[in-house]
Write a protein that binds this ligand. Structure first.
Ligand code: FRU
Length: 600
């Protein structure tokens, strides 16, 4: 039971003094000078609540899975902000009523360490080479993406204190080529209104908010007891943000989050989409100055996929088939309820008049449900504000809430999808659909054309091609297939460990299937082994595939992005072989395999 007098332990160099106050309450006193206090984490544990006291006053509260029996990794508390001040962590470790234990025995106490550096060198075999990942810790949704002065700013939902979801903060990375990402200090951190959930950013060209011309203005959800919407702005090109003292700017008494803003030129005002999560609708607000918002309408009750919660909206206008006719696209991420379980991105095509979004109907007079990506690992997808050349460039979170916290990585968890440029096209059924093509910048990653093949007959006998071995097999594959009289054409990626990914084109059904049931490590979640199936929306028989493989992900863009599948895979060894077969006689019209070299 509880020791009634405080017990002291010190770590080796005496700079961190640990004082146990009771069964589940401990003070950790920082007594030395260093840049970081490294805190030991054991992932399987519950969170400990840590109140950070600075000169005796509560600075903030964070949640960390402090180690009990072994240390999986350390996370840094940056002490720079507290330089010259006295820092004490008041730690409340979780206690289970059925097994009261002495927290003083936990492994964490002797493993709090002061250090001037925090090692972020990659230790993970599944860390992608050309997808954005956080340096360490957890990441989910991309947030507040904005392009300014030649730089693509990507903020994201980050946990700086562990590789599972917690302590939501806006992390920040930027890129000038959408391939190489530079990591920056945290952009927006939790405060008394709550943690910092998803949101968006705009460039306020006309200084409507009064924060200065071209200020980056961001709106995010402050999440605590309630979900309320708060404003922050940056005058240094998105590196640091100042919060608006009038926060919150929108309050509701129900779950509402992920505000997404854009400038609507016809009426000269800002429009905001807000996910009314449990009500399965998007609320549409308008504002002259980004601070005062008026509810204009709502969209979605009873329409499209209605399971789970509606989250992370976006809305933009695009040309149809690259010509003058334009339509609006309303993005609605939902979880769960995706076509293959868990998280997915649906969208609606229609018209918007500054107040109301009116969806297009199908031939039966119904609002069709449309999916942006038919893989299991494409969520929270939203677009960059102010992208150049009229581009609409999107990035999604490449995971699924069903198992995101269980995937076999530890130093970091989750990557983003490749950036994609979206456009609208008319499908064989006369409906308008959203195409996602890899952003043009990605071609610059091509290193060597390691294999090129011209016309080849396909049959039951596999045609085999070696995949590049450098860089753990990262590559891009282009395949053009004419099914001729074959009933199916199959492209299989495999390795010597017996792992395989099987992609099957069914020309009669006009579908492409992706089977990852034997792709490698799949047993961390019963929801991971899966076959995902994408409909092919054009009328042509030929299928063209562009496939990106990046250690733990495969993105398949069919028919110039008219159908897309994004799926994670965890092969025990990199895939080494592509084999293509046909059930019947088909033709491989052309094939190219490129090795990739992302950092130039
Ligand atoms: C979507 C989401 C958002 C929320 C954020 C919290 O994945 O649930 O609705 O703002 O994650 O991290």
């Amino acid at each position: 039971m509880a020791a009634m007098t405080a017990a002291f332990t010190c770590n080796a160099d005496n700079d961190v003094k640990v004082e146990h106050l009771g069964v589940n309450n401990t003070l950790v006193r920082v007594e030395g000078d260093a840049r970081y206090l490294l805190m030991p984490v054991q992932e399987s544990n519950e969170d400990a609540r840590i109140n950070i006291l600075v000169d005796g006053k509560l600075d903030r509260t964070i949640f960390v899975r402090l180690a009990k029996s072994k240390v999986d990794y350390q996370v840094p508390l940056d002490l720079k902000q507290y330089e010259g001040h006295n820092v004490i962590l008041n730690v409340v470790t979780a206690q289970d009523r059925s097994s009261i234990r002495e927290a003083s025995n936990d492994a964490c106490w002797s493993n709090f360490v002061l250090a001037d550096t925090f090692d972020t060198a990659n230790r993970e075999k599944y860390r992608p080479a050309f997808h954005h990942t956080p340096l360490y810790g957890w990441m989910n949704d991309p947030n507040g993406m904005v392009y300014k002065d030649g730089v693509w700013h990507l903020y994201y939902q980050a946990n700086p204190f562990g590789s599972k979801w917690q302590n939501m903060t806006w992390g920040h990375s930027s890129s000038t080529d959408l391939v190489n990402w530079e990591h920056h200090p945290l952009a927006i951190e939790p405060d008394g209104l709550g943690t910092i959930f998803s949101g968006s950013s705009v460039l306020d060209h006309d200084n409507t908010a009064g924060f200065g011309p071209d200020a980056i203005v961001s709106l995010y959800t402050s999440a605590a007891e309630s979900q309320i919407q708060s404003l922050a702005h940056s005058s240094d090109g998105g590196m640091t943000f100042e919060k608006y003292p009038g926060n919150p700017v929108i309050t509701l008494d129900s779950e509402a989050r992920d505000p997404n803003m854009f400038w609507y030129a016809p009426t000269g005002e800002w429009i905001l989409m807000l996910a009314h999560a449990l009500d399965h609708e998007m609320l549409i607000y308008a504002s002259p100055d980004l601070k005062n918002w008026t509810l204009r309408s709502s969209f979605g009750k009873g329409l499209g996929a209605q399971d789970g919660v509606w989250e992370c909206p976006d809305m933009f206008e695009l040309a149809v088939d690259g010509i003058d006719r334009k339509k609006w696209v309303l993005i609605c991420n939902l979880n769960p309820g995706g076509p293959f379980g868990g998280s997915a991105t649906q969208y609606f095509v229609g018209d918007f008049d500054g107040t109301t979004f009116t969806p297009d109907l199908d031939a039966d007079g119904k609002v069709p449900t449309k999916w942006m990506d038919f893989g299991k690992d494409h969520y929270a997808t939203v677009s960059f504000s102010d992208a150049p050349d009229n581009r609409r460039t999107v990035i999604g979170w490449m995971s699924n809430w069903q198992y995101a916290a269980e995937v076999p990585t530890m130093q970091f968890r989750s990557a983003n999808t490749l950036p994609r440029d979206v456009s609208l096209f008319t499908g064989a059924d006369g409906q308008i659909y959203l195409a996602s093509t890899p952003s043009p910048e990605l071609v610059s990653m091509r290193d060597k054309l390691v294999k090129k093949a011209g016309r080849n007959t396909l049959s039951e006998k596999p045609r085999e091609y070696r995949l590049p071995a450098e860089n753990d097999g990262i590559c891009e594959i282009l395949l053009d297939i004419n099914p001729k009289s074959a009933s199916s054409v199959t492209a299989t990626l495999s390795n010597m460990a017996g792992n395989k990914v099987v992609m099957t084109y069914d020309p009669a059904a006009r579908t492409l299937a992706f089977d990852r049931r034997e792709s490698g490590i799949t047993d961390f979640s019963q929801d991971f082994p899966a076959v995902t199936v994408a409909p092919l929306l054009d009328s042509a028989d030929e299928l063209s595939l562009r496939i990106f493989i990046d250690r733990s992900s495969i993105e398949v863009f069919a028919d110039n992005g008219h159908s897309v599948m994004t799926n994670l895979v965890f092969p025990e060894q990199p895939y080494t072989t592509l084999s293509v077969t046909a059930d019947g006689k088909a033709e491989l019209t052309s094939m190219s395999i490129y090795s990739l070299s992302p950092s130039k």
